[in-house]
Design a protein around this ligand. Structure first.
Ligand SMILES: [Zn+2]
Ligand SMILES: [Zn+2]
Length: 351
């Protein structure tokens, strides 16, 4: 039996590498040798000991976690035709394991597939078994070792696409982590007229202009709403993208600074149910649009759009990767990712 190194979360803040059986292909599956694994904000909730019944953290312990992957196709089954060994790919694991023909799949919303094919838990590991669909080839100038960043980028891009910008809008992005900076870049790429972003940390603020923001406001400022309204005009923003979640007050802020009749996209993951100012929202005819993953919209997958924008430099998502660590240092890498005061935006592990 061939083995590989794979991380297991044994208990809160206790993640270890173990030797586990390496996956082998079936006739219709693919094994990808992973070279880039992203530590996601949702992984940090799970690692820190969020209750297992809570939202995305419904992974059993001990367990693997992880869902941001890129690598090189290692082995393909004999019925596989779309990819071959040696192809560099980023993986939409939801699409790859989807049934492909339920109502949700037909709508391009693979993350909500009603009959997902279970191929074993993924996670922070050296090899993964999946299907040939949902594998997106990397452009020549996108490095494999950084390419896991496409996954969180696609979450942000999908959220902004769902808001259907027409061009010229004033957009506010709350939060300037990976999701916020990518949402800013996407809004700009999709024709926003003016982008205002709130940033908590210096490292985030420093990158905002690279991601299309015209104005950066610091989220610690007491007059944050007034500062943003000074930029949007008194009626507020045509689109607000909330990307913070946790314990932040950003959902009510989003409603407060939204122009009547407009959309607030909510990408943040919350540590507990959040009260909504439903009067504030209804009196504005506000549209609240929650967005978790990505998929196929208007005949283009979010991953394809992300890869195009990365290759052209329009949204330079590789610059979000502030730290790269070997998989062997996963325990320290999680501690690092959890401590935003150390200049971290994105931590990627290289198996
Ligand atoms: Zn994620
Ligand atoms: Zn399906």
């Amino acid at each position: 039996m061939a083995t590989m190194r794979s991380a297991v979360l044994v208990g809160p803040r206790d993640i270890r590498l173990e030797d586990v059986e390496r996956p082998v292909v079936d006739d219709d599956t693919v094994v990808v040798k992973l070279e880039s694994l992203g530590i996601c904000g949702s992984n940090l909730h799970w690692w820190a000991g969020a209750p297992v019944e809570q939202g995305l953290m419904r992974f059993p312990l001990p367990g693997g976690g992880g869902h941001e992957y890129a690598g090189v196709v290692d082995e393909v089954g004999r019925d596989v035709t779309r990819v071959k060994p040696g192809d560099r790919v980023v993986i939409d694991f939801f699409e790859s394991t989807s049934c492909g023909d339920c109502t949700q799949c037909a709508a391009g919303l693979f993350g909500q597939c009603e009959r997902r094919r279970f191929l074993g838990l993924g996670g922070f590991t050296e090899y993964i078994k999946t299907c040939e669909k949902g594998l997106y080839p990397l452009p020549d100038n996108v490095e494999t070792r950084l390419a896991a960043v496409v996954e969180p980028m696609a979450c942000a891009v999908s959220g902004v696409r769902r808001a259907s910008l027409r061009g010229g809008e004033t957009v506010i992005v709350l939060g300037a982590g990976v999701l916020g900076l990518c949402a800013s870049g996407a809004a700009r790429a999709l024709g926003a007229g003016k982008v205002i972003i709130s940033a908590k940390y210096d490292a985030q603020a420093a990158l905002a202009k690279r991601f299309g923001a015209d104005v950066v406001v610091r989220s610690g400022e007491p007059d944050l709403i007034e500062r943003m309204k000074a930029e949007t005009g008194p009626h507020g923003a045509d689109l607000v993208v909330e990307t913070v979640g946790g314990h932040a007050p950003t959902l009510s802020q989003a409603i407060e600074i939204l122009r009547p009749g407009c959309t607030a996209v909510v990408l943040g993951l919350w540590d507990e149910p959040v009260p909504v100012d439903s009067w504030g929202a209804v009196l504005k005819d506000a549209r609240l649009l929650f967005s978790l993953t990505y998929g196929l919209m208007d005949k283009r997958h979010d991953f394809e759009l992300c890869l195009d924008w990365m290759a052209s430099g329009q949204v330079p998502a590789e610059e979000l990767v502030t730290h790269v660590r070997p998989l062997a240092e996963i325990a320290e890498a999680f501690e690092l990712a959890a401590d935003k005061s150390r200049g971290v935006i994105k931590v990627i592990l290289n198996p």
